[in-house]
Ligand binder design. Structure first.
Ligand SMILES: *Cc1c(COP(=O)(O)O)cnc(C)c1O
Length: 355
């Protein structure tokens, strides 16, 4: 840290992403919820057709080509859509637009830890309300005095899902903006898109990093009431999305059939993994995402995480109060999932033998 930094920034705890091993390494990577399948063939084609000459000029400031395509696919007005450099950028814009320093951001925990970092950078107060054992919406969320509420739905890292009806009830009791972060929604049975049109304060966020298999591209979007889109447009960077990402995201969203196909495969593997983990003694929450939150059959999951890592399998372990008994496992290819289960069976029987 330099001596020049603002006091608030000095105190911020930087967001810690999952490990990214060097490209080309042979590890089985089940730790950052990336998609194990390639992006749509239409994306591959669009990438091949990009002429380097097109890089000479600035991109469309509002990514309008993408907005029109997304509006058609989603059945909403394009003025209700704003594109971002990953949905992380949109989360950032939302905090900057709707939370004065000193005002509060609220969210149920455990959840995506970037919410905390973004709130701290803004100088906001943070109200973290623990989920109950069934991971339902805390009753006091709308009345806790916050200006903005984040809900990851499905939630990370638990994979649990809150029914849209409950979210709408919350929004109606809350005088502030409710951000429904739907990064994993394509792996769930329902979503909150229909709530945007009939509520003034609900924003839905989507990303191309998970179900569209494009975490490397950095593209996400928000669907929000028109006045909110206008606010966010005002504060975003002029050219927040680049020529290449706009083209690729447009090709990707237009190929819904492909996205559905790979998401269905992941959901079937999720069922397989859940069953196998339960057989090994893990307690597993039904997941609506492309990962599984598994409670280890012993007090701490750290040994499991480290031993798996030694064997070339990366899963996510959170060294944090209340989370140390769990590992979060991204659903991978069938052979990767099988390798994980075989390794876990092996490790558990070894630990058993030593006791
Ligand atoms: C992956 C993820 C995002 C966003 O991702 P981008 O790659 O920035 O689009 C947002 N929220 C949650 C909960 C996520 O897991």
């Amino acid at each position: 840290m330099s001596k020049y930094v603002r006091t608030i920034i000095g105190k911020v705890k930087a967001y810690a992403p999952g490990e990214q091993p060097a490209p080309g390494s042979k590890v089985i990577k089940l730790n950052t919820n990336e998609n194990p399948y390639p992006p749509s063939p239409q994306v591959k084609l669009a990438l091949r057709q990009i002429d380097s000459e097109s890089l000479r000029q600035y991109p469309e400031p509002g990514a309008d080509t993408f907005r029109r395509a997304a509006a058609r696919v989603l059945g909403v007005d394009s003025e209700m859509i704003i594109a971002g450099n990953g949905s992380d950028e949109l989360l950032n814009l939302l905090v900057r637009a709707y939370v004065e320093p000193g005002q509060a951001v609220a969210y149920p925990v455990p959840t995506y830890s970037l919410y905390l970092t973004l709130a701290e950078i803004q100088g906001a107060t943070v109200i973290e309300i623990p989920f109950n054992e069934n991971f339902e919406l805390p009753d006091d969320l709308p009345t806790c005095g916050a200006s903005l509420i984040f809900l990851s739905n499905p939630n990370a890292p638990t994979g649990t899902f809150i029914e849209p009806q409950a979210i709408e009830q919350l929004a109606r009791r809350f005088d502030g903006v409710v951000v429904v972060d739907e990064a994993y929604v394509d792996f769930a049975d329902d979503n909150c898109l229909r709530l945007v049109d009939r509520n003034r304060n609900i924003v839905v966020l989507r990303t191309f990093s998970k179900s569209y298999s494009m975490a490397g591209v950095r593209f996400g979007y928000a669907v929000a009431p028109r006045p909110i889109v206008k606010d966010l447009m005002k504060i975003k960077d002029s050219y927040n999305c680049d020529v290449v990402s706009i083209r690729l995201a447009t090709a990707a969203i237009e190929d819904q059939a492909y996205m559905r196909r790979i998401s269905d495969k992941i959901r079937r593997q999720r069922t397989y993994l859940t069953g196998q983990l339960e057989k090994l003694g893990f307690v597993v929450r039904p997941s609506s995402a492309n990962f599984i939150w598994a409670q280890a059959p012993m007090r701490s999951a750290k040994t499991l995480y480290l031993t798996l890592k030694d064997r070339g399998i990366l899963v996510r372990y959170f060294d944090k109060v209340g989370l140390r008994r769990n590992i979060r496992i991204t659903v991978g290819l069938p052979k990767e999932n099988k390798a994980l289960i075989d390794a876990l069976a092996d490790i558990l029987s070894e630990l058993e033998g030593r006791r």
